[in-house]
Design a binder for this molecule. Structure first.
Ligand SMILES: [Zn+2]
Length: 249
């Protein structure tokens, strides 16, 4: 069955294919990921050329035949050229893309994730504390894909004095429950780190600039989120994140 589709989408991956085509992975508002070929898009005169680079946001038309979908039209909304050209911003922009690509299922509605990635791309040149933006993005992305770690008190009894984070349980445990049930203590968190995680989960990503945090809390949160992603989603540290960590160390 063949059909034409229209969807708002972000370019998550874009590779040269053959002589003049591009193979693109889109994250679309209404259909999740779409892998499609943009025929002739590397020719300068192509009407698709402006809409096929990594970090492009636009309204796209696709033709879904028997094989891979084809990109048949594009109306570009934003090209985020600074993310491709600024060597400091590029790895951050790329990390947002890599993480979203790994966390989002292959199909289905994902307007929240699309909006989050788009907001992240917009914020990158404005935010001073880029590592904090990354931490906020990780938590908001986990939240919007239904995997949010729990920081609002003890998972077991609800006690507010919970400072032990159990990665396998997915959240905080109070000392009593931890002793009683013999839960593995993965992290003993500072109160400031817990407060930071709560604030980042509650605020929209666009408000990240009002959040004040200490470097130590950001690092602790990074370790918790990293372990959480590895344990629950089998997502190991990505090259872009390793590179960012080497810059901020
Ligand atoms: Zn408890």
């Amino acid at each position: 069955m063949s059909r034409y589709l229209k969807d708002e989408a972000l370019v998550l991956k874009s590779y040269p294919l053959g002589e003049s085509d591009r193979l693109i992975t889109f994250l679309s508002w209404n259909r999740g990921k779409i892998v499609a070929v943009a025929k002739g898009a590397r020719k300068t005169k192509s009407k698709l050329a402006s809409g096929v680079d990594l970090f492009t946001h636009g309204n796209y038309q696709f033709y879904q035949g028997r094989g891979l979908a084809l990109v048949t039209g594009v109306e570009v909304k934003d090209r985020f050229i600074y993310l491709r050209q600024d060597p400091e911003l590029y790895p951050y922009g790329f990390y947002l893309v890599e993480l979203a690509d790994r966390l989002v299922p292959e199909s289905g509605l994902c307007p929240e994730v699309c909006s989050l990635v788009l907001e992240g791309w917009r914020l990158l040149p404005e935010v001073e504390n880029l590592p904090l933006l990354i931490r906020a993005f990780e938590l908001k992305l986990l939240q919007s894909t239904g995997y949010s770690p729990f920081f609002e008190g003890c998972l077991q009894c609800g006690a507010s004095q919970a400072t032990v984070f159990s990665v396998s349980r997915g959240g905080l445990i109070c000392p009593e429950c931890s002793n009683e049930r013999g839960f593995k203590v993965d992290f003993l968190l500072q109160p400031g780190t817990i407060a930071l995680a709560r604030v980042l989960l509650r605020l929209p990503l666009g408000r990240v600039q009002v959040v004040r945090s200490r470097h130590k809390q950001e690092q602790e949160l990074a370790r918790v989120t990293g372990s959480f992603l590895r344990y629950h989603l089998q997502i190991g540290p990505m090259n872009s994140l390793k590179y960012i960590d080497s810059l901020t160390r």
